[in-house]
Structure formats: C-alpha cells, structure tokens
Design a binder for this molecule. Structure first.
Ligand SMILES: Cc1ncc(COP(=O)(O)O)c(C=O)c1O
Length: 380
C-alpha cells in the first residue's frame, strides 16, 4: 500500500513506539505518592518538559489531554466560560470541525455571537476583516495550517491583532507542527492545540498549550490534574511517546520539509500534467509542504478515493465523511468553489515514510482513476 494520508494520521515512529512501550510497562498512578507513582510521575514530567521545549513553551504551559479535538474544545469552551460566557467569538470559515462545531455549539446553546471571517481563493484569512471583528470579542481563534488544502495562515499577524485588541487567541496548530516553525512563546497566542498522531506519535494523546494567565475554565471535573484544567489520570505512556515523536520532528524539520516539499512538487506537477483541468494546490502555491490538494471537476471524491485505493494508493478527500459519503467541503466553498466542486477533491498528504515510489504509484494510478470516476459521474 502507498500511504499518502499523513494529514489524517501518521505511521508510528519507532522512537515513539519504544518510549510508549517502556512507559506502558510501569505500574503506578502519577498522582500516587508511593515510589511506583513517583516513578510514573517522573515520566510524565520529563515528557511535559520535552514537549514544552520542542514547542517553545514552559513545562507549566503544557496541559496533557487526549488530542486535537479535546484541546480545541477546551480552548474554545474554556475561554468562553472563563471569560464570563457572553459576547462574541471571532473565527475563520476554514477551521477544523473541532473548532467550528465548538463555536457553533456555543452560538446555539450559549448565545455566542459568531463571526466567521472569510478567506481568499488560496484559503488565506482576510486579516483586515479578522482585525475589524476583534474589538470587544470574548475570544478569537484561527488555525495555523489547514487540514484540507494545507493553506498556511498568517498566525503571527492574527495573534498580534488579537493581543492589540486585548482578546485571548487560540490556534489549532495540529497540522503545523510537522513542517512549520512553531514557537508558542514567541507566537503571542493564549492557547494552542497539538496532537501526537499527526507527527508519528500514538492516537489518543495531545496537548493544549496554555499561558499561565489564560482565562480558562475546565470542562472535565474530578481529580484536579493538569492545573485543575483537565481532570483524569494522565496517560504517561502516551506523553512519553508524544515527546519522543516531537523531538524527532523538531530535530529533522528543516531537512524533512525540503525532502517532502520536493516529493510534493513532483506530485503536483504530475497531477497537472495528467489532469490539466484540475485545480492543484501545493507548497509552491504557499501551502504546507505535506499537502497536495486537487479539485477535479466532474469526478466525485468517493469514486476517486475508492479507485485509488483499489490501485494501492491511500488518500482522502480531506473533508468530513458521514456514513461513507464525503460531505461538501466548507473549506472549498469558503475558497469560492461551487458546491459540486466541493465534493470533487482529493488530498494527497505526505510524511516521514513517504518515498519517490509512493509518488510514482499515485501518478501511475491517477489518470485512470479520474477517467473512471468521471465516467461513473456521467452515468448517474
Ligand atoms: C487541524 C486539525 N485539528 C484538529 C484535529 C483533531 O485532532 P485529533 O484527531 O487528535 O482529535 C485534526 C485531525 O483530524 C486536524 O487536522
């Protein structure tokens, strides 16, 4: 199988597996005072320190939890309730559902006024509109790298605008950590979400980085772990594996970005040659190194994915799926694509295991998959 779906999840790195298994063999609750508990607590605190160091944060700013979805929920709902539970949320039209649906839930259930700032045809947030919506807002949120098309947002400028307006700002950096220079301390952000399984760590662990003065209310109550912001026994093995994966990513990031970008450029060029009317976005168009996205008029996402899968190439549409049917992408619609085009996308996402052979296989299968998907569409 040629796995080109790293934005969905990544193969586990050997260093992460090793750290995971070593810590999983320890018995002891990190909150227990006996020696066994203290041993596990030491694993957690070592991981916290290393996760913080890799991301430009102090250890005390690292709240360990179950992944990107939980981190986004804690940031949005936690900042909302922490700031009194009233007012306006400023977000963008292209956020991951973990952010967008949290914001919509707060609008529906809590009466939040929601401002969804639009993007241009490349997926970049309108900074002026974002800035104009900020004064008096309760919180603001914008993602760093878009998970569907790979668009990289001007996070530093957006965070500076939020800081100038005195508005706490969250950023979903789940897709950014692999290939962007992510420095939480320098970013000016109040909170930031990261997830281990997008960078070669295990599924089910992540972190919300939160400045010490972040006005966050907890969503989970219980034992008071993680600065009383996230009760529940801390997953020591997951944290150790996350730290191991993250350290490797940061150490190799520049080299890996160049390597993955070259593979992605070759893939994007090949797609344009094979399907001249496709709208292709890749690193050369200002997107993240690891995403090559194509809108293919007249071919449904499901048909292309299944035909590529049958040819041994694993890819996604990038947008949400309900009962096996790819939903119209809110991201592509915000970028100006028609509703039909927004169900005609294929996302190739590359990562640490991707080779020239994977790109060759994808390109060898693509023209036929597109032709057959288009023919199936015409028969419907
Ligand atoms: C941008 C973004 N945010 C949040 C998430 C959710 O992360 P997790 O799977 O760790 O809950 C994902 C993963 O799909 C993502 O790509």
């Amino acid at each position: 199988m040629h796995y080109l779906d790293h934005a969905a999840t990544t193969p586990l790195r050997p260093a992460a597996r090793e750290a995971w298994l070593a810590a999983a063999d320890l018995t002891g609750n990190p909150s227990s005072l006996h020696g066994e508990g203290r041993r596990v607590r030491a694993v957690v605190e070592d991981a916290r320190e290393r996760i913080g160091a890799a991301l430009g944060a102090d250890a005390a700013e690292v709240i360990l939890l179950s992944g990107g979805t939980e981190a986004d929920n804690l940031a949005l709902k936690g900042l909302w309730w922490g700031r009194g539970g009233a007012g306006r949320i400023v977000t963008t039209a292209v956020e991951h559902h973990a952010v967008l649906d949290s914001a919509k839930w707060l609008a529906d259930r809590e009466g939040a006024e929601l401002v969804e700032v639009g993007v241009d045809s490349a997926g970049a947030v309108d900074i002026d509109a974002f800035t104009a919506a900020l004064p008096g807002a309760t919180l603001a949120t914008a993602m760093w790298v878009n998970n569907e098309v790979g668009a990289v947002q001007p996070v530093a400028e957006l965070a500076a605008a939020a800081a100038a307006a005195g508005v706490p700002m969250h950023c979903d950096a789940v897709q950014a950590v692999g290939y962007e220079q992510v420095d939480f301390g320098a970013s000016g952000l109040t909170t930031m979400a990261v997830s281990a399984h997008k960078i070669g760590g295990p599924v089910g662990v992540g972190a919300l980085l939160a400045r010490r003065d972040a006005p966050l209310a907890p969503l989970l109550h219980g034992g008071g772990q993680e600065r009383k912001l996230r009760s529940g026994t801390v997953d020591a093995a997951g944290a150790a594996a996350f730290a191991a994966a993250l350290e490797q990513v940061v150490a190799e990031r520049d080299l890996e970005r160049r390597r993955v970008e070259a593979l992605g450029d070759r893939l994007a060029t090949g797609i344009r040659d094979a399907v001249p009317d496709a709208v292709v976005r890749g690193a050369a168009d200002g997107c993240s190194a690891h995403v090559v996205h194509a809108v293919v008029p007249g071919a449904s996402s499901e048909a292309m994915l299944m035909l590529l899968d049958a040819a041994g190439v694993a890819v996604s549409s990038g947008s949400a799926c309900t009962a096996g049917v790819v939903e119209r992408s809110h991201v592509l619609q915000a970028m100006g694509h028609t509703p039909e085009e927004s169900r005609s996308a294929v996302r190739f996402s590359l990562g640490w295991t991707t080779t020239d052979g994977d790109v060759d296989a994808a390109l060898a299968a693509l023209a036929d998959a597109v032709a057959r998907a288009r023919a199936a569409g015409r028969m419907r």
